[in-house]
Each structure stands twice: as C-alpha cells, then as structure tokens.
Design a protein. Structure first.
Length: 273
C-alpha cells in the first residue's frame, strides 16, 4: 500500500539527516535568506526560477514535498520515503537526470566514431545573452546552420546529412558567465541511398561561418543601427572568426563524450541521422 501525504506541522529541520559532511542544501539552508537580503540591498536581480529551484533544494526529502508510506500487512512494519525535489540544480537529482539523459541520447546514436566540437564566441557578446536569455536560441541556430549549410554545399547531389547533438553551456570552468556550445558530431553522414565516412573538418570555414551567422542573427534581433558598433568591434577582435575546438579521438567512446557534454548543459538540441 502506498499513500502520498504532505505534512507541514512538524519542524522542517528535524527531518534533515545528521551527517558529518556538508551538502549543498545545508549551505542554502544556512545562508539563502541572508543572501536574499543582501541581493535586495545591492539591487541584484534574482530570477524567479532561481528562487524556485533553490527553495526546492532546501526542502529536498522533507515532509514539505510529501512522502510515500509503505506498510507491510504481514509483519506490520512501515517506512516513510520522502520525495526528492526533481531539480536539475540539485547535486543529487541533477546527477540522476544527467545519467538518464545520457542513456536516452546514446540509444539514438549510430555506431560510428564521434567528434567533440566546442563553438565559442567573443566575450564582447556575453552580456547580450545575459540581458535577454531568449537569444541563447541563436547559439543553436547558428551552429545548426553552420554545419548543415556546409554539408549542403559539399554534397549537393548525394544530399548527405550530418548527425549531431548540441548542448548549451552558459558558464565556464571558472564559474563565470561564458556562453558556448558543445557538439557531438558523427563521422558518418547518411544520404539518400548511401553513407559516407569522413574525419576532415575545415576549421577556418567553421570559425568564420559560425561567426557570420551568429552576428547576423543578433543584428536582426537587436537592430542594425544599435548592433553595428558591437559587430564591428567583434570583427576587429576576432578577425579569424570565433574559436572552434575539435580534437580527434578525445574520448574513448560515445558514452564518455555524452556524459561530458551533458554535465552542465542548460538546453540540448538533437539532429541525429
């Protein structure tokens, strides 16, 4: 017998496990309210989704999220199993989500070598994506158009299509805002009646084409007159195009590569053939 219940009468903190190790939830529990006061005093903007996710982590596995009651009719033993927060920001639920996502994507991959590409942009553009987060979709559009248009030009007759998975990361290893795309790229393309294996990627083309497409998308969204000074500054600083990283055989298998690119991803786009 399973009964879902919710209990808000008891003190929340009585249900925390007594652990000698600190957890992310403990830090938020101790300092989150003080941080919110600090944010108000400093005029910092905290998005509602951030507050919502942090509050879910704080009540992780407590009666506030409800619980399931299991009872054995034979021995009369019973147990309460408290619900998790299901937040990707949670260091427990997030790991579980990433693993499940990795397995789901891996099941769709074709059996071939895959290349790991990283598409980066100039730091001049970072504030534009922070200012309006819907512009993050332009990163997917730009990489998709870059790879698809290259294949369309190279293989017009055969109509080969590349297979790739794109994931968006909005921060780097130093935890600073840093918008970039990770791409898992199959080294086999499928056409109408055949397939083609390839491992050559023209980096100069990718760098410059990706840069041009993304800047044009931003210019259309922001406006030509307002964006033109920024665009000129980017071209002056990144005259060879944006940096695209694409080492061969970086991971021993596709599962390792998928796990890596999904570690901190915010969004994912699949174009798997």
């Amino acid at each position: 017998m399973i009964i879902n219940e919710s209990n808000t009468q008891k003190d929340l903190f009585d249900f925390y496990p007594k652990d000698k190790y600190f957890k992310l939830r403990d830090i938020f529990n101790d300092y989150w309210d003080d941080f919110l006061v600090f944010a108000v005093n400093r005029n910092l903007t905290i998005r509602p989704i951030v507050k919502h996710e942090v509050e879910k982590i704080i009540i992780f596995k407590t009666p506030y999220l409800g619980y399931s009651f299991y009872h054995c009719p034979h021995c009369d033993n019973h147990i309460h199993v408290y619900n998790t927060c299901k937040s990707r920001f949670c260091n427990s639920c997030g790991v579980k989500y990433a693993k499940a996502r990795s397995l789901a994507i891996e099941s769709k991959l074709i059996n071939c070598n895959h290349r790991h590409l990283v598409f980066t942009i100039s730091d001049i553009l970072w504030p534009l994506f922070l200012e309006k987060r819907s512009r993050l979709n332009f990163m997917f559009d730009a990489v998709n158009l870059t790879l698809s248009s290259w294949f369309k030009e190279m293989y017009k007759k055969e109509k080969y299509k590349p297979g790739f998975i794109l994931t968006l990361h909005t921060f780097g290893r130093d935890d600073k805002w840093n918008v970039h795309i990770h791409c898992l790229y199959s080294e086999i393309a499928l056409g109408n009646n055949s397939s083609k294996k390839f491992d050559f990627i023209p980096f100069d083309m990718l760098r410059k084409r990706f840069q041009k497409i993304l800047l044009n998308l931003l210019e259309k969204d922001i406006g030509k007159e307002k964006f033109r000074p920024i665009k000129n500054k980017v071209y002056y600083k990144s005259y060879n195009g944006f940096y695209v990283r694409a080492k061969k055989n970086e991971f021993p298998n596709s599962r390792k590569a998928i796990s890596y690119i999904l570690r901190y991803c915010d969004l994912a786009l699949q174009n798997i053939v």
